[in-house]
Write a protein that binds this ligand. Structure first.
Ligand code: HGY
Ligand code: MN
Ligand code: MN
Length: 413
């Protein structure tokens, strides 16, 4: 392994793809993706497999009180490591790359250096953080948020999931309520390789994204209570219909985002009606609104406009509407020196590279609170993610993991 010219270092692509395929089979779903919702048995099996790989590489394994799993090499070196990593949990209809690529590419970087007999100037770590997706438990990036001291352990353990189970119960249930303290030790630097999950790199014909930051994220859960009634006998003028209320909010969110323009996005991903029957005016609706923008001022405005609309709707329709903020993260800037280094390494390797913001949330945005952090993106075919059809070409996986390897070599010395 020569390290003088950055074009000389390469990870073992077949080994990386082999591990990605093996992990994808854990919680495998139709279409080639995976369902490993946080703290379910499938998540446990993915974690177990990761711990097995860490042990095979002779890394020191650490499981903390919120279930974050990290491996460190060389074991016993207590100095702040250059940390790589991402998450092993998925949404229910996840692809095989979201999260898994960052964790397994980190493992591959360590093994490549071990195979070459290279001893980096600093310890290296690879992390898999609890409940990055936020699909079952909110907020998302829960494990890395606790690691950096952004959420207390008791508050994190008390979070109630969409199925009524608490984080603490589910974590103990899969045997990953570890002993290691949180907040965790501050790394020397944190670098995450991740699929873009959007269309930009593919549209630009570029294989590497040098991620400059992450947009702001605001998640709200709304609970609408109306008056259940007979679908046939209740005149429209007497109705207090939370099903209509939920639909009106979903339509408002879309219209508002189109009106605000810029990078504003809004999603109603979940609507649950009760009793959810064809001939019953619903009694209740539970729904979520996901608002994001790179511009903190515009994001705050969109949240205010949503609040105003909901208050007027409740008044007009005679509904009780309770709103709860379940994730609230400001836009994040990554370390400019690290971002520039990623651009240079990619250029040195003859890779097309583009500086960009991340539309999705990532664990790196939490580590950016405590140490120099950055991300490397590789393209997602058709910009598709949170979908089993998520795909990235092998040569793009190679390009991204090789940039990660070179970056770590430079940063670890
Ligand atoms: O929602 C997100 O941005 C991430 O997938 N947790
Ligand atoms: Mn992810
Ligand atoms: Mn995701």
């Amino acid at each position: 392994l020569q390290t003088e010219g950055s074009a000389d270092v390469h990870i073992d692509l077949n080994r990386l793809i082999g591990r990605l395929d093996e992990l994808a089979r854990i919680g495998a779903i139709e279409g080639g993706g995976s369902c490993r919702l946080a703290l379910t048995d499938a998540d446990r099996r993915g974690r177990d497999r990761f711990v097995g790989w860490l042990r095979e590489l002779g890394m020191a394994v650490r499981v903390d009180r919120i279930g974050n799993v990290t491996g460190t090499w060389p074991p016993g070196d207590e100095r702040p490591p250059v940390m790589m990593g991402s998450h092993l949990d998925t949404v229910a209809t996840g692809g095989r790359f979201d999260g898994a690529l960052g964790v397994l590419a980190g493992l591959e970087v360590v093994q490549t250096l071990q195979d070459a007999g290279h001893r980096p100037g600093r310890p290296l770590a690879v992390g898999a953080f609890t409940n990055e997706e936020g699909a079952r438990f909110q907020p998302d990036m829960l494990g890395s948020l606790v690691w950096v001291g952004g959420l207390s352990l008791p508050d994190a353990l008390a979070q109630v999931g969409t199925d009524g189970c608490t984080v603490g119960e589910a974590l103990a249930g899969i045997g990953y309520a570890g002993e290691a303290q949180v907040p965790g030790p501050t790394p020397h630097a944190f670098v995450e390789l991740h699929v873009e999950q959007g269309p930009i790199l593919e549209e630009q014909g570029v294989d590497i994204g040098a991620v400059a930051g992450v947009q702001g994220i605001a998640w709200t859960e709304l609970h609408l209570v109306g008056e259940s009634n007979h679908a046939g006998t209740c005149p429209m003028r007497l109705r207090h219909d939370p099903g209509y209320g939920a639909a009106a909010i979903a339509t408002f969110v879309r219209d508002m985002c189109l009106r605000l323009g810029g990078g504003q996005v809004g999603t109603v991903g979940r609507i649950e009606l009760h009793p959810n029957l064809i001939n019953v005016v619903p009694a209740e609706a539970t729904m979520t609104v996901d608002l994001r923008n790179t511009d903190a001022v515009m994001l705050a405005q969109s949240r205010r406009e949503l609040g105003d609309f909901v208050a007027a709707l409740a008044e007009r329709e005679g509904l009780e509407i309770a709103s709860r903020t379940v994730a609230d993260f400001d836009p994040v800037e990554f370390d400019p020196e690290l971002v520039a280094r990623i651009e240079r390494i990619a250029e040195d390797r003859g890779q097309g590279v583009r500086r960009m913001a991340s539309g999705a949330g990532h664990d790196a945005q939490m580590f950016a609170r405590v140490c120099p952090s950055a991300m490397i993106f590789v393209p997602s075919r058709g910009g598709i993610s949170h979908n089993p059809a998520e795909f990235t070409e092998p040569h793009q996986l190679q390009a991204g993991a090789d940039v990660l390897l070179q970056l770590v070599l430079e940063f670890a010395g």
